[in-house]
Write a protein that binds this ligand. Structure first.
Ligand code: ASP
Length: 467
């Protein structure tokens, strides 16, 4: 018999159905009655085993039940009496009167309780047994909401003529202001790939290639010290558009964020999103990320988005004393600063076309209009003190590509985790990622990184000092 999803059992009152899932909770009432709350991917159902009406074989099976074991139960869906209705349960108007049961998989005693909120459980234990942690109601809800949010963004983008395109993971270093994760090349001794800090250069090459509107739910890898709201890897809804100005990208993305949030039942504090310059934001909030919500709005889970614009393009690097980019070296300066930019004049005053989307105190996304004219991109590197050879080594391939008719273009990346933290009101990244890193930078369940065997090191032309 094909199993019925638990949430659909309410439509089958009076019928025989088969449900499959985990024992969420169980209680014994005297020696005749056993109640099981069975859980599947759609919800919970109360199952009643009334022993006097069951075969001896079924009774023996019932005696072997343990929480988190996996069962297949066949029974009749019964309306509950008015007094037994549980308004807090999705299937609270019915219960299943079990007739037969099979234990599909036995479960050991879980190391922590899954039918309760697991946020207080020791992190190491939660990550080691992440597959059990993920069974908990809150994480099921968060991870499913993440999928729905990404789907809503995708649907919006497809509707607006975007093409989803994947870009390489083994690539060349691209500057996003972090350290690269590197992968040694076995075939080319002493050479290394970098894992992408973002698909920035590829998406710009896709604009040069004539795709005009690109998106990808892209993995970005950055070797930074992990924090509650930042890990080694994150996912971004990565977008690039041709023939656009700053407002075009901002309006398109604003439309996406509004549609996705409202589709999922969330309320947005202010539409269109307020826009504030970096200078005003620093004066008013002392930061370029801020929370505009009132206490009531916070409690109601309302989303308060705002755009921050007119950022300085360059800042002084404290160590080297040289100018460095504040956000993205591929950005274009605002048009009124183009002359200064090209001449390397008044560098401290040049503003970039960067726009950041802020929500509830987090940076929810950021992007810019790009320097599609090779002279402008080159000037950025010159302003940062790069010599000709260094420029060619870093972005020579981009400068060359832009010689072949690159359209004006711009884009943005929205951090999936940051956005989900806002939707779920979680304060830690690990609550919205299926398999996050631990705070010491180890993977959940599998506990990488691992040492390599001697032979693997030889094959990769590597030697570990003091290893
Ligand atoms: N590459 C930028 C980032 O990953 C986003 C963008 O400018 O599109 O933060």
């Amino acid at each position: 018999m094909l199993r019925t999803w638990i949430e659909e059992t309410v439509e089958h009152v009076g019928e025989t159905v088969c449900v499959k899932g985990w024992i969420h909770r169980m209680r014994q009432m005297g020696d005749k009655l056993v109640f099981v709350d069975l859980r599947d991917g759609s919800g919970l159902i109360q199952v009643v085993f009334y022993k006097p009406e069951l075969s001896e074989e079924v009774q023996t099976t019932v005696d072997q039940f343990k929480t988190e074991s996996v069962l297949e139960i066949t029974g009749i869906v019964k309306q509950r009496g008015a007094k037994q209705v549980n308004p807090d349960m999705q299937t609270g108007t019915i219960e299943l009167a079990a007739q037969s049961v099979v234990i599909l998989a036995k479960a050991k005693n879980p190391p922590f309780q899954i039918d309760q909120d697991t946020s207080g459980i020791n992190e190491e234990v939660r990550m080691k047994y992440r597959y059990l942690d993920l069974r908990s109601e809150r994480l099921q809800r968060n991870i499913r909401l993440r999928s729905k949010w990404v789907q809503a963004c995708r649907e919006y983008l497809f509707k607006n003529r975007f093409t989803e395109i994947e870009t390489p993971l083994l690539t060349k270093a691209t500057p996003e202001g972090s350290r690269d994760f590197v992968v040694p090349s076995r075939l080319q001794p002493g050479k290394f790939f970098a894992l992408p800090q973002s698909p920035q250069q590829y998406k710009q090459l896709l604009m040069t290639a004539g795709f005009e509107r690109y998106f990808q739910t892209a993995r970005a890898l950055r070797d930074e010290d992990p924090r509650a709201d930042r890990g080694f890897e994150h996912t971004q809804v990565d977008i690039e558009m041709s023939f656009v100005e700053r407002d075009d990208v901002m309006n398109m993305v604003e439309g996406m964020v509004i549609e996705a949030s409202e589709k999922l039942g969330f309320t947005i504090a202010q539409k269109p999103f307020p826009r504030i310059t970096y200078k005003e934001s620093m004066e008013k909030y002392g930061a370029d990320k801020f929370d505009m919500r009132t206490e009531e709005q916070k409690a109601a889970g309302i989303l308060a988005y705002a755009w921050v614009i007119d950022f300085p393009f360059f800042e002084k690097d404290e160590k080297s004393g040289k100018w460095t980019f504040t956000h993205n070296p591929f950005s274009a300066p605002l048009p009124e600063f183009l002359e200064d930019h090209l001449a390397g004049r008044n560098i401290e005053n040049i503003l970039t076309s960067q726009y950041d989307l802020v929500c509830n105190g987090y940076e929810s996304g950021g992007g810019s209009i790009r320097a599609h004219d090779p002279a402008v991109l080159k000037a950025t590197y010159q302003n940062m003190g790069y010599g000709e050879e260094e420029i060619q080594g870093s972005v020579g391939h981009m400068l060359e590509a832009f010689e072949y008719g690159a359209p004006p273009h711009g884009g943005i990346a929205l951090g999936v985790e940051r956005n989900l933290m806002n939707l779920t009101q979680e304060t830690a990244l690990r609550e919205v990622v299926a398999f996050p890193m631990t705070s010491t930078g180890n993977t959940s369940v599998m506990d990488a990184p691992d040492p390599l065997s001697k032979q693997a090191l030889i094959d990769l032309h590597l030697e570990v000092k003091n290893g």
